[in-house]
Design a protein around this ligand. Structure first.
Ligand code: HEC
Length: 154
């Protein structure tokens, strides 16, 4: 009988948590904010990509794949020189940004534009939101390698 009562009390306690949900959400939001701040400070952007290993020489098999993705999904807005069209030209982007930042920008652009300071500066400059291109992490990595080649790496 005692057990049954504890179960009922527990059930009531759980039910009581219902209306407090907004508070829980607030808590999570704050935590996320902290994580975001830390991540952004390292210049790695916000998203799934935490650590990218770059190899020298370049990973040759990725380059043609990256180029094909560029031509299909990016070229309309990005040139390979330093000219801005809709978005910034890609010349030297791999020297200005960490590889993690670039890959997060490619795969998580909506969140980046909302919360990453550097991405927001670009938005202020370009006045157009880069659309989510549905690029997988692997494809983004291929594009990154193509960008490195475009910046003169061997
Ligand atoms: C419809 C136009 C458009 C397309 C298509 C597009 N972008 Fe962008 N991109 C932008 C704009 C505009 C910005 C600047 C940020 C903003 O305003 O949203 C940007 C910024 C970037 C940046 C940061 C550049 C820098 O100087 O730091 C990268 C990297 C990037 N885009 C990669 C890509 C890749 C990879 C693709 C293709 C898979 C792509 N973009 C497709 C418009 C586009």
């Amino acid at each position: 009988m005692k057990n049954l009562i504890s179960v009922i009390i527990l059930a009531i306690l759980f039910a009581a948590c219902g209306p407090e949900r907004p508070k829980v959400e607030e808590g999570n939001g704050a935590n996320e904010e902290n994580a975001v701040a830390e991540n952004a400070n390292e210049g790695k952007g916000i998203g799934q990509v935490k650590e990218v290993t770059l190899n020298t020489p370049l990973e040759q098999d990725r380059i043609p794949r990256g180029k094909a993705i560029y031509e299909m999904k990016c070229q309309a807005c990005h040139r390979l020189d330093d000219q801005r069209v809709v978005g910034p030209g890609w010349k030297d982007v791999t020297k200005k940004r960490k590889p993690e930042w670039i890959m997060n920008m490619i795969t998580n652009v909506d969140v980046m534009l909302e919360r990453d300071e550097e991405a927001q500066k670009l938005l202020e400059l370009c006045l157009t939101r880069m659309p989510n291109q549905n690029v997988s992490l692997g494809d983004a990595r291929d594009v990154l390698e193509f960008m490195r080649q475009n910046d003169g790496e061997k």
